[in-house]
Design a protein around this ligand. Sequence first.
Ligand code: RB5
Length: 150
Amino acid sequence: MKIAIGSDHGGFNLKPVLIEYLEKRGIEYKDFGCYDAKSTDYNEYALAVSEAVAAGEYDLGILICGTGIGMSIVANKVKGIRCAHCHDVFSARMTKLHNNANVLAFGERVIGPGLMLDIVQAFIDTPFSGEERHAKRVAKIAAQEEKNFK
Ligand code: RB5
C-alpha cells in the first residue's frame, strides 16, 4: 500500500502525527508538501496528491488543511478522484465500503490527533465492499465524469 499525503499551512501541525503513524505501520508514503508553516495555497497540494493517486502511482491520498474543505473541493475536480471529507470514524469507514473513496480530507482546526488517527485507520483498513449496488453507483460517478471532462 502506497499513500500520498499533503497539507497546507492549516494542516501542517497534524501532518507529523500522520507521518509517525504511517512509519510505525511500515506504510510507504510520499509527502507532497507543504514543508513549512508559511501561508500557502491548499490548491497545489490537493492537486499534486490527487493527480498522483489518479495516475495510479499511489493507492490512496490523505489531505489536511484547516477545515479539509478546500482540499476536498480541489481533489474532487481531478478525474478519477473520489475524495471524502470526514471528521468521524463512521464516515471514513462507510466511504470506503460504499463509495470506494481514494482520497481522504480533514481539517486540523476541526479534529485533534487522536481522532485523526482513528479516522485514518478506518480509511486505510476498510476495503471497498464490492457489492453490486455500490459498484454500480461508483461506475455512474465515473460515467458522469466522462461527460463532464469532455
Ligand atoms: C487557510 O487559512 C484555510 O483557508 C485552509 O487551510 C482551508 O481550511 C481551506 O479550506
